[in-house]
Design a protein around this ligand. Structure first.
Ligand SMILES: *Cc1c(COP(=O)(O)O)cnc(C)c1O
Length: 368
């Protein structure tokens, strides 16, 4: 029997300072309440195509790039890109100056993809050093994290893209925790593959990730195609030719993702970048005034995430601080840097300067 019924529910807002899934707007949350639909119907395929167009719009890659959308967290897109872009006999140089660079290395290890690593936790990836390393070996690809979410370092995307271009290697970029907030122009920057997910700077729900790839790479993606689920070519051509995703999508999460993309385009990436930087600045100044030091020097900071060093505060108990803040509706996040005691706060999400001032006030209360 057909019918309709009001569903209304009041949902409180929390301040998530973990680096995604972030605080979403109430409109993104509400977009998930939709009638039950079969994702094999054509209107759902149209929704997925609109998501793809929106993502290319965010990256300014409408005329240069294509997109493959996966039902997976961000690591799924990472795995899909590596296995789809690099064929047996080729070799990738991976910038491993944090946990996520190391994750790419572990995926290559699992698939038997030939790779070398360069740099260690927190080291700045000097483009000159990368160039020399590429010249010293038979590399076909360079893979890097744009924003290393484990340390808060913004790696030099534009410079490393110039290196990849002039050394004639393909560039693979993990822009998981920058895409949507940091202005990236795919039509101007030499980027062969870029991947990210629904739940970081685009401010949607978790569950989807995507790969933007240069149109000139289509032939090699087709020739390389060897994976079943995580195959960029098969996923791209599947949606194009059948109007459906190959495997069951999370219908409600897709609806929310389109709204989150529209909100990103509405705010503009430049506008979002200004908001994130202003929010980050308040946290930076606030924690500095409380006597904390930071893992990175200021000029290497992403302005998206702050890794706070605990050595400067020997009596500080992170667990207690976490629980106190959680009671105020604020979630702070532990660190992952080996042998260095840190915790992290990120500004990824639908947050504004009032939220940041509230965080600083509550932190002050904890210490008083
Ligand atoms: C979040 C993140 C990932 C992927 O993490 P998932 O938990 O799989 O979504 C990969 N790289 C970076 C840089 C990230 O910040």
């Amino acid at each position: 029997m057909k019918g309709s019924q009001e569903i209304s529910k009041s949902i409180s807002r929390t301040i998530l300072l973990n680096p995604g899934p972030g605080t979403t707007s109430q409109t993104v949350k509400a977009a998930m309440i939709v009638e039950d639909t079969c994702p094999r119907e054509s209107h759902f395929g149209d929704l997925m195509k609109d998501i793809g167009k929106g993502l290319l719009g965010i990256g300014k890659g409408t005329y240069t790039h294509e997109v493959a959308i996966f039902v997976a967290s961000g690591t799924g897109a990472m795995e899909a890109t590596l296995v789809s872009a690099i064929r047996p006999g080729q070799k990738v140089l991976i910038v491993t100056n944090g946990a996520y660079g190391l994750r790419m290395a572990s995926i290559c290890e699992a698939y038997g993809i030939d790779y070398s690593t360069i740099f260690t936790y927190g080291q700045y990836p000097d483009p000159k050093v990368v160039r020399e390393k590429i010249r010293s070996g038979s590399f076909t690809h360079l893979a890097m994290i744009h924003h290393e979410t484990s340390t808060g370092m913004m790696n030099p995307l534009e410079e490393l893209s110039d290196v990849a271009k002039s050394e004639n290697v393909r560039l693979i970029v993990d822009a998981m925790s920058s895409f949507g907030a940091y202005p990236i122009d795919l039509s101007e920057t030499h980027i062969d593959y870029l991947f990210s997910s629904s739940n970081k700077c685009i401010q949607g729900m978790a569950g989807l990730s995507f790969v933007l790839f240069h149109k000139d790479r289509l032939d090699e993606l087709k020739a390389n195609s060897r994976a079943t689920y995580f195959d960029v070519y098969k996923q791209w051509s599947g949606l194009l030719t059948t109007g459906q995703l190959r495997f069951t999508p999370p219908v409600q999460v897709c609806h929310a993702f389109l709204v989150a993309i529209q909100e990103t385009l509405g705010e503009t990436v430049e506008g979002r970048w200004a908001r994130y930087q202003a929010n980050w600045r308040i946290l930076y100044e606030g924690f500095k005034a409380l006597g904390f030091g930071f893992f990175l020097p200021e000029d290497q900071q992403s302005k998206i995430l702050l890794a706070i060093n605990l050595d400067s505060k020997p009596d500080f108990q992170f667990e207690q601080f976490h629980d106190y803040m959680h009671d105020q509706g604020i979630t702070v996040y532990p660190g992952v840097i080996p042998e260095i005691n840190t915790f992290r706060v990120a500004v990824i999400g639908d947050l504004d300067i009032n939220d940041m001032h509230f965080v600083v006030e509550q932190s002050q209360k904890f210490f008083n």
